[in-house]
Design a protein around this ligand. Structure first.
Ligand code: G4P
Ligand code: NA
Ligand code: NA
Length: 194
């Protein structure tokens, strides 16, 4: 997605050890017009999949998931990292280990809102090692839902996440695919822009 690549090139900052800072439009400030275009692009790619629910992970997945849901006319559910005060419901729960942060998080979704009748699209902001996406897929599988695919805003293609998700049999659509983050510069996977 050319617009997103331009944003990354113009407003992203390469932090050492392969981390891209995008606080000015995705992870801290949220640019609504960009997010709307992201929603339209995901919706276009998954329009024939009869999606009934989008699932994501709080917090940075919510904005792109919401704009996609608006286009596909469905609800989003964000998995929670902490148990809510009011969450007396039964939960689907799994553990997500972050290699980046070197910590584990329990993530959960109420059993009230996801069932075997659902066709789910998983959306997240970043794909690095794939643990968050696999965790969301685990929650959907616990519900007996069908997973139609995984939509990622920014994929770090030099990390193993994409391969793991493909190996697990999922369709992966990433709007920007980063080949390398070197010498302060972002390079994209050739031919991945459409
Ligand atoms: P994984 O799910 O693909 O295995 O990724 P990992 O555990 O390594 O990522 C942990 C957190 O760091 C996630 O956010 C993920 O989106 C984010 N992340 C990973 N690589 C980058 C990067 O290069 N740049 C930025 N900006 N973020 C990255 P999170 O902990 O779920 O937080 P939130 O932002 O969603 O609240
Ligand atoms: Na994040
Ligand atoms: Na995230």
């Amino acid at each position: 997605m050319k617009l997103l690549e331009n944003y990354i090139t113009q407003h992203g900052t390469v932090i050492s050890d392969g981390v891209l800072k995008v606080d000015s439009f995705l992870n801290h400030v949220i640019d609504p017009k960009l997010m709307q275009e992201i929603g339209k692009e995901f919706a276009k790619r998954f329009q024939d999949e009869q999606i009934t629910k989008i699932i994501t992970l709080e917090s940075s997945g919510i904005a792109p998931a919401l704009m996609t849901a608006l286009e596909l006319d469905c609800d989003i559910i964000f998995a929670r990292k902490r148990k809510s005060l009011t969450m007396i419901d039964q939960l689907y729960t799994t553990t997500v280990y972050s290699f980046t942060k070197e910590q584990s998080n329990e993530i959960s979704i109420s059993k009230d809102f996801l069932s075997q009748d659902d066709r789910v699209l998983i959306i997240d902001d970043f794909l690095a090692n794939g643990q968050a996406a696999l965790g969301l897929a685990d929650l959907a599988n616990q519900a007996g839902a069908t997973i139609a695919g995984i939509g990622i805003v920014i994929e770090k293609s030099f990390q193993p996440g994409r391969e793991k998700l493909l190996e697990a049999g999922y369709r992966v659509e990433s709007l920007a695919r980063i080949a390398a983050l070197k010498d302060g510069k972002v390079s994209f996977v050739r031919g991945s822009n459409r």
